[in-house]
Design a protein around this ligand. Structure first.
Ligand code: NDP
Length: 459
């Protein structure tokens, strides 16, 4: 082996990069990780963690509404947004410290700066050349926005997490995970929120019953969903705020515009061409099942590869990479039945196939229930919980579990184990429920919904 500075150089100290580096270090490799921003990456610094803290903060607004029905009253309750942001930032500082300590304890050198490939084994870090036998690209993704006049006036989730003043009116463009989660946070805190989507429904890729149920519930909570609308231009208004020029329809006036129109692989300025690493049309680094790029000694994991953009997936890719390359125990990541959640209010949890995906594979039986959760009755909250099982009609295997309602992410995590084990509907039925819970409905649904009658072609 040539005389390199390190056995492994990881670019990006996010969840995937840190896990891969620590594991490789533990397997005896000489490892360094480069980071040009805060240690912890998107999930810890600009995504899952700060977002979830704001979700928790916003949920108290619901609790305060609901508690009256349970006999509580409390005068003089006030919410202070800057206090929540300050507390959230304090926690991020703590977590960054934890990550730094983990790297130190894992014998991973931290090189702070921006990395740019010079060739397949060399990287420039702010003017200093560092070499490594293997290089792991774990630079994640970055919000992407369409190029339209005035787009510079829009914020992304990055800035939304750090607003010091809450707007009265917020318009969010996009209808994916991030749009729906932030719409819920700001709506609960009293902001007048509109969500503008170019198609007819939010949450593309999710089961139709999730999309419809969540839409109903968001609207019930006062969020305006504006479907079939394209924003052509954003004008700054002289008196403050912004005017969104759209097709079709009248302009929308708002105090703040947030774009949540997807995230793109964060490869700008990384010099991938110099190393010979190929990217797809989307900009994602192309990898094989072993996380190996088009260059033998360069690997990539996480959002930069555009497989499933979720932290636990990146972490599992990191584990597979480290074991394969530094522990002589080859592993590939299994992308089947990866559960996910949307931390909207109410939240969504899902694992496995949507009804549409399952029907494309063969006959199915669908079990679905909608009900008002017990907790909401005394609270007077008119919110429906939706649970759904998609079952293979030939094998009885449960192919998908979907839920909108309180604690959906917590409930679906457990069901994900059952799906991973190949559970059948009969085994769900043989499972005794915990009463009274919402979750017990998943094991007590007995009657499939009638099959839809599809139009027959005329003779
Ligand atoms: P998503 O891909 O989930 O959604 C993007 C949204 O933007 C879609 O509604 C899409 O509409 C819309 N869109 C895309 N381009 C345009 C455009 N030019 N004009 C108008 N609308 C547009 O992206 P997010 O940014 O919400 O999230 C990125 C990823 O991060 C997610 O896919 C997820 O993997 C991850 N994430 C996970 C979370 C979790 O696990 N809870 C939370 C947040 C993010 P259309 O449907 O019409 O294509």
């Amino acid at each position: 082996m040539a005389d390199y500075d390190y056995d492994l150089l990881t670019i990006g100290a996010g969840s995937g990069g840190v896990r891969a580096s620590r594991l490789a270090g533990g397997f005896g490799a000489r490892v360094a990780v480069v980071e040009g921003s805060r240690i912890g990456g998107t999930c810890v610094m600009r995504g899952c963690v700060p977002k979830k803290l704001l979700v928790y903060g916003a949920q108290y607004a619901n609790d305060l509404e609901d508690m009256i029905g349970y006999g509580w009253s409390m005068g003089g309750v006030a919410f202070d947004w800057p206090s929540l942001i300050t507390a959230k930032n304090r926690e991020l500082d703590r977590l960054e410290g934890v990550y730094r300590t983990m790297l130190r304890n894992g014998n991973v050198a931290l090189l702070e700066g921006r990395a740019r490939f010079l060739d397949a084994h060399s990287v420039d870090i702010d003017g200093k050349t560092v070499t490594a036998d293997k290089i792991l690209i774990a630079v994640g993704g970055w919000p992407q926005m369409p190029v339209i006049p005035g787009i510079e006036h829009a914020i992304t989730s990055n800035e939304a997490l750090d607003l010091m003043v809450m707007p009265e009116r917020l318009t969010i463009v996009g209808g994916g995970f991030i749009a729906v989660e932030f719409a819920s946070i700001f709506n609960a805190l009293g902001v007048d929120v509109s969500v503008v989507i170019r198609k007819d429904k939010i949450l593309r890729g999710f089961d139709a019953d999730i999309r419809d149920t969540l839409t109903e519930e968001l609207v019930r909570r006062g969020i305006t969903i504006v479907p079939g609308t394209v924003i052509n231009r954003i004008d700054k208004r002289p008196g403050g705020g912004y005017r969104l020029i759209r097709t079709p329809g009248e302009a929308i006036d708002t105090d703040l515009v947030m774009y949540a129109t997807g995230r793109a692989p964060n490869t700008a300025g990384l010099g991938l061409e110099a190393a010979g690493v190929k990217v797809a049309a989307s900009g994602a680094v192309i990898v094989d099942e072993w996380n190996r790029t088009t260059v033998d000694t360069i690997y990539a994991i996480g959002d930069v590869t555009d497989r499933i953009a979720l932290t636990p997936v990146a972490i599992n890719e990191a584990i597979a990479f480290a074991h394969t390359v530094f522990n002589d125990t080859p592993r590939v990541m299994d992308y089947e039945n990866v559960a996910s959640a949307v931390f909207s209010q109410p939240p969504v949890g899902t694992v496995g196939l949507t009804e549409e995906q399952a029907r494309a594979r063969g006959p199915v039986r669908i079990f679905r229930t909608r009900f008002r959760a017990m907790k909401h009755v005394l609270a007077g909250r008119d919110e429906k919980t939706m649970m759904k099982l998609v079952v293979d009609a030939r094998t009885d295997r449960v192919l998908g579990c979907h839920m909108v309602g309180a604690d959906a992410p917590e409930i679906i995590q457990g069901l994900a184990v059952a799906l991973k084990c190949g559970a059948t509907k009969a085994q769900f039925d043989a499972t005794i429920g915990i009463h009274p819970t919402a979750a017990e409905e998943f094991v007590t649904m007995r009657d499939p919904v009638p099959e839809p009658v599809f139009a027959q072609p005329a003779d």
